[in-house]
Design a protein around this ligand. Structure first.
Ligand code: UD1
Ligand code: CA
Length: 450
């Protein structure tokens, strides 16, 4: 089967009216990746060339898909006249003559490469058309597979079903496989004589059957082929996708103490023996080495973390945070666009933004890098082994040298050389007995007023 050529046409032109959104439906994300992107990745993994058909919001959708599939061809469907019409927009690619043609709906976002491969297997075994079906107790909205004498003879869209047909729970998923040699001839014969006056790809079944061709249905789990049409289905798909990803993470050696509460992005990478406590969110662009601990209620995005680091609880790591080996970022700390070298400690209530922190530096509770002056962002540099006392404001651009010591409560506006001690606060004055004098005076005044 592997030497058979395959074109996968991904249909992503629809308006997605049911999403009720300004944003093109295909750009609504699952695991942070636009839904059509998941289909693109699955098609690539199944060894297919890709033809994308876009229309509504086409420029935006194309731009989002190109980086995922640099070799894909893009076709535009200007008038949305139905799924068969959409496939034919890629006529030029289909006409090149592939052994297998797969048509996948861009909203079948959970489709797995294994399902694509098994549909191709059906063609390799001699079928002319393979429909991937699924069973659901709630078939509303899906096309129904009409069987006769154990064979599939038609797919009927919900609107065109008789009352009896509407009770059928065997439905059409988002994937049709067609013998490449027959594809154009069959597709060209599809008409639009139905309730929506659309050219339905699904009519290919009836046409092929009438020709005496071999049409077979293979069954896939609902989780693999569910179509996302509205936000409730989007959330259902997200849930299934997260479950899959959590399982894959755990099987690859990551401990998730309470998997249901941990959310991943499509590109999250975590090494083995990393330990993730409950209620952690991984936004896009997170790479974590092995042996890291991520404590509860942390939120990470655009971050890389080296071995042995400990993060959280309640840590916020924003894009550009790069944490070296055994770095600690503790509770209620935020780190953004900062290189933090090995062994540095940022343990309590601290903001580090636009900074370079040397190895083993220690930032006390409440340290703030004042990186923004209302116009531009500025850099704070802290040398190796420096110690910043609690509640210090480091007004950037500013440099604290290696081994330097900043006294607690300082506002540092000037550079501090290596090994220097800097105070940036008013000197304390203590007045013996004056508290009592003050108290007597204030309580006397109160008694008079009362
Ligand atoms: C479609 C199927 C239905 C199946 C269901 C599975 C048809 C006629 N119906 O219904 O049998 O059970 O998917 O989820 O095929 N699109 C275009 N151009 C168009 C129309 C649609 O590119 O002119 C794209 C859409 O962007 C979408 C896909 O084709 O990705 C399917 O269209 P959609 O409107 O979602 O079809 P369903 O009503 O869900
Ligand atoms: Ca759909």
């Amino acid at each position: 089967m592997t030497d058979r050529s395959c074109l996968c046409v991904i249909l992503a032109a629809g308006e997605g009216t049911r999403m009720r959104s300004e944003r093109p439906k295909m750009l609504h994300a699952i695991g942070g990746l636009p839904m059509a992107g998941h289909v693109v990745l699955a098609a690539q993994q199944a060894g297919c060339d890709i033809a994308m058909v876009t229309g509504h919001g086409g420029d935006e959708v194309d731009a989002a898909m190109r980086p995922l599939a640099p070799k894909a061809e893009f076709f535009r469907q200007h008038d949305r006249l139905g799924t068969a019409h959409a496939v034919l927009m890629a006529r030029e690619a289909i006409a090149r003559g592939y052994d297998d043609l797969l048509v996948v709906f861009g909203d079948a976002t959970l489709i797995e490469p294994s399902v694509l491969r098994s549909a191709r297997g059906g063609l390799a075994a001699g079928a002319d058309v393979v429909i991937v079906g699924f069973r659901t107790p709630e078939p509303t909205g899906y096309g129904r597979l009409i069987e006769k004498d154990g064979r599939i003879v038609a797919i009927r869209e919900e609107r065109d079903c008789t009352d009896e047909e509407r009770l059928i729970t065997y439905c059409n998923g988002g994937l049709t496989a067609i013998s490449g040699a027959r594809a154009l001839e069959l597709l060209d014969r599809i008409g639009n004589d139905n309730a929506k006056r659309e050219f339905y790809l699904t009519d290919i079944v009836e046409i092929a059957h009438a020709e005496g061709l071999v049409v077979v249905a293979t069954e896939a789990p609902f989780e693999s082929v569910l179509g996302v049409n509205n936000r409730a289905e989007l959330a259902a798909a997200e849930r299934i996708w997260q479950q899959r990803r959590r399982r894959a993470m755990m099987l690859s050696g990551v401990t998730l103490v309470d998997p249901e509460t941990v959310h991943f992005s499509h590109d999250t990478e975590i090494g083995p023996d990393t330990h993730v406590e409950p209620n952690v969110v991984f936004g896009p662009g997170v790479r974590i080495a092995g042996g890291v601990t991520i404590r509860a209620f942390s939120h990470l995005a655009g971050t890389s973390i080296a071995e042995g680091a400990e993060i959280g609880p309640f840590a916020r790591l924003r894009p550009g945070a790069k944490l070296g080996e055994s770095v600690k970022v503790g509770n209620f700390c935020e780190v953004k666009n900062a290189d933090v070298a090995s062994g540095a400690k940022i343990n309590h209530l601290t903001y580090v933004g636009d900074a370079v922190i040397g190895s083993r530096a220690n930032l006390g509770a409440g340290t703030i890098t004042c990186n923004y002056d209302g116009f531009g962002k500025h850099l704070t540099q802290i040398g190796a082994g420096a110690f910043v006392g609690s509640n210090s404001s480091l007004v950037a651009p500013v440099k604290i040298g290696a081994g330097a010591y900043v006294a607690s409560g300082s506002t540092i506006t000037d550079n501090v050389p290596d090994d220097a001690l800097a105070f940036g606060r008013a000197r304390q004055e203590t007045k013996e007995g004056r508290a009592k004098v003050l108290r007597d005076r204030l309580s006397g005044a109160k008694a008079k007023a009362g």
